[in-house]
Every structure is written in C-alpha cells, then in structure tokens.
Design a protein around this ligand. Structure first.
Ligand code: SF4
Length: 217
C-alpha cells in the first residue's frame, strides 16, 4: 500500500478479479466514495481542527468546496487539483496546486473574519515546478463559489487534452481570472450575515488565536 500526496491510498498488486470484493470492503469501511483525483478530491492540512498555528478551518473549507462542486455538477471534472492550508505555511501544498488557498485573518465592519488568499496555476511536472500566483483574497464563506466559477470555466473552455495550467495561461493568468472574482471579496453587514464572521465548523464569532507550532514549521 502507498499513501499519495493527495491523501489517497494506492493498493498495489491486485488482480482485476479482486476489485469487486475490494470495493465492497472499502464501502463497508466508509472508504468507497468515488471521486479520487477528481475536482471533488480536495486536499487540506488539519488547520484549526488541531494545529496551533492555524488561522482558519481549512478542513471545513475543503468539505464545503466538495459540496459546492457537487451541487454545481462539477465534482467529477478531471485535471484540476484544489489544495488548502490554514495559514501561510504550506502543509496543504497550496503553492503547487492548480487552485490553492491559504488562510488569512480579514477585518471588516470592525470585526475579524476568516478569509483566504486564492492562488492559481501552481504546477509540478517532470521537468518543471511552479508556484501558484495570487488571484484574489476572499471571505472564507465565498471561497467555494470562487472554485465553482474557476472549475466551471476550465471545464467549459479547455480544449481536448489541455491542462489547467495551459488553460490558465491562455486565459490571461491568475491575475486576469482573479479580476473576475473580486466581486466575491465582499463582507456583508455582520448583523445580516453573521456566517461570514464565523469559520466553518465553529459556532461562535471568529477569533484568530495562534499558538506554538508542533510540526516541522
Ligand atoms: S502550520 Fe501547517 S498544518 Fe498548521 S495551519 Fe498552517 S499549513 Fe496547516
């Protein structure tokens, strides 16, 4: 068995005839959901669930992006990777992903709010490696809609066999795509939309509390 950098398991040495039984066993373990390596297969670091350095709930955003892609009928788009880190450290490998996010504290209407910097166009090839470029900042609660728009455009506009990076370059790059998303970078009145001031999987108002790190960072 191997563990991949997309947080998946690879079972090696199986005969084709073994697959139905393996699939049955995976379903029994609640590990049989489809979509590995497709758009819905979002990678995230632990974020504020367990990390003392986290600024945001990156895992909660990962679940929300998967949900939003599912609802938009885009969860099975191939050739696009989404990675999230809950702070500027890169444990979620956002910097080399097609669509990357790192968590930020934002302030609006005199309050703190969870937010993200979106990057586009990171790539890891056999002969090249490139970090994603900044596209736009977003409220945490608007990040999923931004992913739906980008994945939707990629799915609609890509040519046969075109990579995400190829489509992005042809479409003007991260800055140009980011400029189509800045309308999402709005924090509404907290009394009308308190959810923008509460992070995913939290019940109270957002507070950024950074402590001592436990990992390699
Ligand atoms: S330090 Fe690493 S694990 Fe912790 S929130 Fe930042 S990127 Fe995620």
């Amino acid at each position: 068995m191997r563990i991949t950098n997309r947080q998946n398991l690879v079972l090696r040495g199986l005969a084709e005839g073994d697959l139905p039984l393996v699939h049955e066993r995976l379903i029994a373990l609640n590990l049989g959901a489809p979509g590995a390596e497709l758009a819905r297969d979002v990678v995230s670091c632990p974020g504020a669930d367990t990390c003392n350095l986290a600024v945001t709930q990156s895992r909660g955003l990962g679940d929300d992006i998967a949900r939003a892609l599912e609802e938009a009928g885009l969860s099975e788009v191939g050739g696009v990777r989404v990675n999230i880190s809950g702070c500027t450290n890169s444990c979620g490998q956002h910097h080399t992903s097609d669509i990357g996010f790192f968590g930020l504290e934002r302030r609006a209407h005199g309050r703190a709010a969870p937010g993200y910097q979106m990057l586009l166009g990171g790539r890891v090839g056999e002969m090249e490696i490139g970090f994603g470029a900044k596209a736009t900042k977003l409220p945490a609660k608007a990040a999923s809609e931004a992913v739906v728009r980008v994945v939707g455009r990629f799915a609609e506009e890509r040519t046969a066999g075109e990579t995400f990076g190829g489509w992005l370059d042809r479409s003007g790059g991260a800055e140009a795509i980011g400029s189509t998303l800045v309308e999402l970078d709005v924090f509404p009145d907290p009394d009308e939309h308190p959810e923008f001031y509460t992070d995913f999987d939290e019940t109270g108002p957002y507070v950024s509390e950074v402590g001592e790190g436990e990992c390699a960072t």
